[in-house]
Design a protein around this ligand. Structure first.
Ligand code: GDP
Ligand code: MG
Length: 437
């Protein structure tokens, strides 16, 4: 396992001058298609919210926890480290331009096993600089919507309180959520975690989850006097997320908030804040709390995530602000693409056993029969995956899948013929050619 300090934030989505977004497909692919990760369900923890509100700082503690727990097997409260230890060189803050909006993924994924025995991969997502004054409304809405739709846990990092504006930002993808919900049935998103920083009314609501829940209940209560739109956002939040929670963080102290030379040393961080970290971080990241990403009721594996990234970035680039139905269409295409890839994989794996590089030659008739069997199994795998987009879309993807598999078969078949030494040597011309060399 590589050292944590050698990791870095990979900018996977970056803004262009014209307010479209660029997907860094090659690096994303390198990360998500890693042989040991690509088939693992994804736990994607994202932190979103306004610029300079301690998101990256918090993520550094997530990294420390993940490294200690999943790479070094350190349990209990030990993960926070020693007093004099500074937050090491794996800060998200260093390096690239801090003002860049976009989406970053930590370059080192963490492998974990849930209490049910499911082997998952944990990815951390930092959304940089959203809501700062240089970004347009669309940029902000896009980054926020993208990160919420792609993550299994969205941590909405807020300063001091939950304000009306903060709820407004949820609106765009809540509309998508509503459409998706009608189409799929279940709740389209998993866990929304409000995180209020510098909470200064602990006597009204105490720090931590309990106080957070009290505040949240207060804020999310639908009142007659509210504008209709606000009432709807509140109802949608409850309907679209499987879990909505809130946590109140205390002020971390003057060194953290104002000292330019602060290096993250625990001794410079208020004990109350450290105590809160000890509750918050394991609550989100310990094995029993890991939430795998689901889209349309299907668990998303690392390699599927790549398809969703591609489809969503494309859809947000194509319109001013995409209509929920357009996003839904993109989701449907991405999950059909994933189902096709999986089916193709079934075919390839089965055929490898039959006529792979190390297997002997098979007569053409037998190979044809095997091919037909494997093709049927692959199509069955495709059909049995729950997909959005209806029968028409599935039929289109299936047709392409059959074509791709037939092409593959042509190659495999040619390769098989190549193994037929007997036939080769029995051809007089080849025989003669060999002796003439
Ligand atoms: P980001 O832009 O949201 O990622 O913010 P950063 O993590 O880069 O932090 C911005 C500044 O806020 C840094 O100087 C941190 O030391 C400081 N900071 C971190 N956490 C907190 C917090 O909970 N409260 C306050 N007041 N400052 C914080
Ligand atoms: Mg940051």
């Amino acid at each position: 396992m590589a050292k944590l300090s050698s990791g870095h934030g990979i900018q996977v989505v970056s803004p262009n001058e014209d307010h479209t977004f660029q997907l860094n497909e090659s690096e994303l692919q390198e990360l998500l298609l890693r042989e040991d990760l690509k088939d693992r369900p994804v736990v994607l923890v994202s932190v979103a919210g306004a610029y300079r509100k301690g998101k990256s700082f918090l993520l550094d503690f997530f990294l420390r926890y993940l490294d200690q727990t999943y790479n070094n097997g350190v349990g209990g409260g030990e993960w926070l480290g020693a007093d004099a230890e500074s937050l090491k060189g794996f800060s998200w803050r260093g390096g690239s331009d801090r003002h860049t909006t976009g989406i970053h993924l930590w370059s080192q994924p963490f492998k974990a096993t849930t209490p049910d025995g499911e082997k998952v991969v944990i990815l951390l997502m930092d959304t940089q600089g959203t809501f700062d004054s240089n970004s347009t409304v669309k940029d902000n809405a896009t980054v926020f919507a993208l990160s919420t739709m792609l993550s299994s846990v969205q941590i909405y990092n807020l300063s001091q309180n939950i304000e009306e504006d903060d709820l407004q930002h949820l609106q765009l993808f809540m509309e998508y959520g509503r459409v998706a919900k009608d189409e799929i049935g279940g709740k389209p998103f998993q866990h929304l975690q409000f995180l209020v920083r510098d909470w200064s009314f602990p006597y009204d609501h105490p720090y931590g989850s309990e106080g957070g829940q009290q505040l949240l209940n207060k804020r999310l209560t639908v009142k007659e006097s509210q504008h209709e739109e606000l009432q709807r956002v509140r109802q949608d939040i409850a309907r679209c997320f499987e879990e909505v929670t809130c946590f109140l963080m205390p002020y971390p102290g003057r060194k953290v908030s104002t000292d330019p030379d602060f290096t993250g040393k625990l001794s410079d961080i208020d004990p109350e804040f450290q105590k809160a970290l000890q509750q918050l971080v394991p609550m989100l990241l310990q094995p029993s709390r890991l939430v795998t990403k689901k889209i349309a009721g299907q668990t998303v594996k690392a390699r599927d995530l790549l398809n969703y990234f591609k489809s969503y970035v494309e859809v947000f680039n194509s319109e001013e602000l995409p209509h929920p139905m357009t996003i839904l269409q993109a989701t449907a295409e991405a999950n059909n693409t994933s189902a096709s890839a999986e089916a193709r994989n079934v075919y390839e794996t089965l055929m490898e056993e039959i006529c792979g590089g190390t297997k002997p030659y098979l007569p053409k008739d037998s190979l044809d029969i095997e091919h037909q069997k494997c093709l049927n199994k692959a199509l069955h795998a495709f059909d049995s995956k729950k997909k959005m987009g209806g029968d028409d879309m599935a039929a289109k993807f299936k047709e392409q899948l059959v074509k791709d598999i037939e092409d593959l078969y042509t190659q495999l078949s040619a390769h098989n013929e190549g193994k037929n030494l007997y036939r080769m040597f029995s051809t007089p011309a080849v025989f003669a050619a060999l002796f003439l060399l």
